[in-house]
Design a protein around this ligand. Structure first.
Ligand SMILES: NC(=O)c1ccc[n+]([C@@H]2O[C@H](COP(=O)([O-])OP(=O)(O)OC[C@H]3O[C@@H](n4cnc5c(N)ncnc54)[C@H](O)[C@@H]3O)[C@@H](O)[C@H]2O)c1
Length: 252
């Protein structure tokens, strides 16, 4: 028996990086997964890898409420149940000090992270059984400020407020809602952030970030997936309304 045997999880941004690593681990633990994301080719490749019996892919922009509502319902009809929500879709926003930060990029970054998580909760929570759970992928930047990334930092902090409100609302149904806060994790998404922040090439930028992390290296997507599994499985049955950090000590 896997730790998520026969459960169904919806994972936004499930077609790459941390989301795909989570989908792979969830399937190994007996779950079926509904990947909701922007990139049709990557969704198709992920479903082909995971197997059509275990995975479904739906193209939807999480900033579009109707698209998220329709995706949730399509997944529910396909699998017949929904037990776990993983709101993971993300974008890095701009890299600029506040006076130079484009207002439209700031608004879009909040729309993806906070609005997207809100849409997933709004349409997903009513479908969860008592005892279900939701994990929102925040960041170390949801706990601590960093220069030049006000949109991303504000969005990742905003997800914590949304999580606490949701956790308080659904606790009576024993539904748990938590944020997960990765530190630098090796994905192309993070490579772009590090190169923009340092002006160095990828390998040198990664080394510069490694030197800032007390445990001396980036986290892997698979290590973040293990933390999502812990929060989503029965091992996390008494964990709700918490900010769960996996960052090699960066925010300490
Ligand atoms: N990689 C890191 O170091 C790191 C650290 C902390 C937090 N995070 C967070 O983890 C999450 C996953 O990031 P990742 O590193 O795996 O990067 P990634 O780029 O591989 O994954 C992001 C996914 O979100 C999807 N997406 C983006 N905008 C979307 C939208 N509007 N609607 C639907 N899907 C959308 C993309 O298609 C992609 O699949 C993000 O929320 C990110 O902020 C990443």
């Amino acid at each position: 028996m896997g730790q998520l045997q026969d459960r169904v999880a919806l994972i936004t941004g499930g077609e790459s990086g941390i989301g795909l690593a989570t989908a792979r681990l969830f399937v190994r633990e007996g779950a079926r997964v509904h990947l909701v994301g922007l990139r049709q080719d990557a969704l198709d490749a992920a479903v082909a890898e995971l197997g059509a019996g275990a995975a479904l892919g739906t193209r939807a922009d999480v900033t579009d409420e109707a698209a998220v509502r329709d995706a949730v319902e399509a997944g529910y009809r396909h699998f017949g149940r929904l037990d776990v929500l993983v709101s993971n879709a993300g974008t890095s926003g701009a890299s600029a000090p506040i006076p130079d930060y484009p207002a439209d990029v700031f608004a879009h970054t909040l729309a993806v992270h906070v609005g997207g998580a809100f849409h997933v909760l709004k349409h997903g929570l009513p479908r969860l059984p008592d005892g279900g759970c939701a994990v929102i992928m925040s960041s170390v930047t949801g706990l601590k400020g960093f220069p030049g990334s006000s949109g991303y930092v504000a969005a990742k902090h905003g997800q914590v407020g949304l999580m606490r409100a949701a956790a308080a609302e659904v606790a009576a149904r024993r539904i748990r809602v938590n944020t997960l806060h990765p530190g630098p994790t090796s994905t192309p998404f993070q490579d772009e952030i590090e190169m923009a922040a340092t002006g160095l090439d990828q390998a040198e930028a990664a080394q510069a970030f490694d030197r800032m992390i007390p445990l001396g290296r980036h986290t892997t997507p698979e290590e973040i997936a293990q933390a999502v599994l812990y929060l989503a499985s029965d091992a996390g049955a008494m964990i709700t309304s918490t900010t769960f950090v996996v960052d090699g000590g960066l925010s300490g």
